[in-house]
Write a new protein. Structure first.
Length: 138
């Protein structure tokens, strides 16, 4: 399979060069792949320079050619979240919504939240922990 030819506008080149300083390590490698490809490097040379397989270099070249910068920003595959943001918000709101006037704000236990939301204890525990205000480090 022939490598996708890459041509960069000046703005795209500047953005990719900026990524080399500010992006996540994975995005930095992807940006370096595209910059080297735009300079005319072949996949085998790029793969040695960035320590990726030639197939991975080819994948990122193709994604950049097809989708531009969005193609290499896309997160890696993985298990999608089991519950969306609305569900998480619902659990957090449920924790504070059904309380009597004399009950403290955190009167619903994790177990009670799990029973009423239909989620597992551990899932609700993770949601509540993530949504809780964080104490500053001492």
């Amino acid at each position: 399979m022939k490598a996708q030819p890459i041509t960069l506008s000046e703005a795209a080149r500047l953005e990719l060069e900026d990524w080399m300083q500010t992006a996540t390590p994975d995005e930095q490698v992807r940006a370096q792949c595209i910059l080297l490809a735009a300079d005319g490097a072949r996949n085998n040379a790029i793969s040695e320079a960035v320590n990726l397989s030639q197939q991975a270099v080819g994948k990122w070249r193709k994604r950049y050619a097809d989708m531009g910068l969005e193609g290499i920003k896309e997160p890696r595959r993985g298990r999608p979240p089991k519950f969306d943001a609305d569900t998480v918000e619902q659990v957090v709101n449920l924790r504070f919504a059904h309380r009597g006037p004399d009950e403290p704000a955190t009167s619903w236990s994790i177990r009670k939240l799990a029973r009423n939301s239909g989620m597992s204890f551990r899932t609700v525990q993770k949601i509540v922990k993530a949504a809780a205000p964080q104490r500053p480090n001492s």
